[in-house]
Design a binder for this molecule. Sequence first.
Ligand code: ZN
Length: 315
Amino acid sequence: MGLPMTDLPPLIDRHVHLEGGLDPAWVRSEAALRAVALPGSLEALWRGEAQPFEAFIEAFLFGAQLLNSQAAVAAAVGAIASRTLRAGGAGFDLWCSPSALVSHWKLLSLDAFWRGLEQGIASARAQGLQACAVVDAVNHFGPEHGHAVLDLIEGDLPPFVVGFSTGGLERVPFRQWAPVFDRARKRGLRIAAHAGENGDGNQVREAILEGGVARIVHGLRADQATLELLADRRIPVDVCPRSNALLAADVQPHPLPRMLTAGVRCALGTDDPGVIPCDLATEREAALELGASKAQLDQMRALGAEDAWCLAPRI
Ligand SMILES: [Zn+2]
């Protein structure tokens, strides 16, 4: 009695993929039902073994290909919501790839995909969580693919879709993506990009200066000048330590302490917690192990909420 109640900012999972957030038990049972074998890469990642990026993609795509109905998409959001709640989280910014499921594999209609997301997000909100969706395109498929993704989604954009992003292999320079980003921005979407994860650190700088990207996912390979640019422009960076340890194992030491010292607005995300087992609690522990101080962890929690798109009004 007498002590003021601590008023912690909401703990937000700032970066989690729909297709990478499935419940492993659900994946096992769906694979058994469909009589398909689990890829060795997925089982290795579940055991915590580092894998090359291509093997991760195989494991990620295996789960993604199970999302062939509204119910499956809703279950995927449900798995992410449950994991977030168990770790004490209050919401999540959800990356999703409708073009892979709807256009490429033709697993379900866009309408069924949106209804599944809507159902899952409504259920998450009923449990007290905040959630929004960011549509992810594939960098290495190039800007024509980016335009095709916008062609697919822009006629029927549900209110919970607030952002557009690129992921995959960072092979195409962001100046080539700029027209796609401009188009998405005109449609009211915020722009993010996976950059400096499997690609060169210069990609981070180019994403900001040429692509006009408002948020960076990972940013691991950014040099000191780029960290200063990120800090000056108050560009948020989503940091996912467990994912980085397995998929960008060559980046040693992890730059989180350097980013924080430079004043970069870092926050934590789980990335693919159904493929690389983790949650917000383990990511916070990992950040401390990487050298972040307790005060910096608190600061990341505050920034994680301040810059979260699930807590922001749509632009
Ligand atoms: Zn990601």
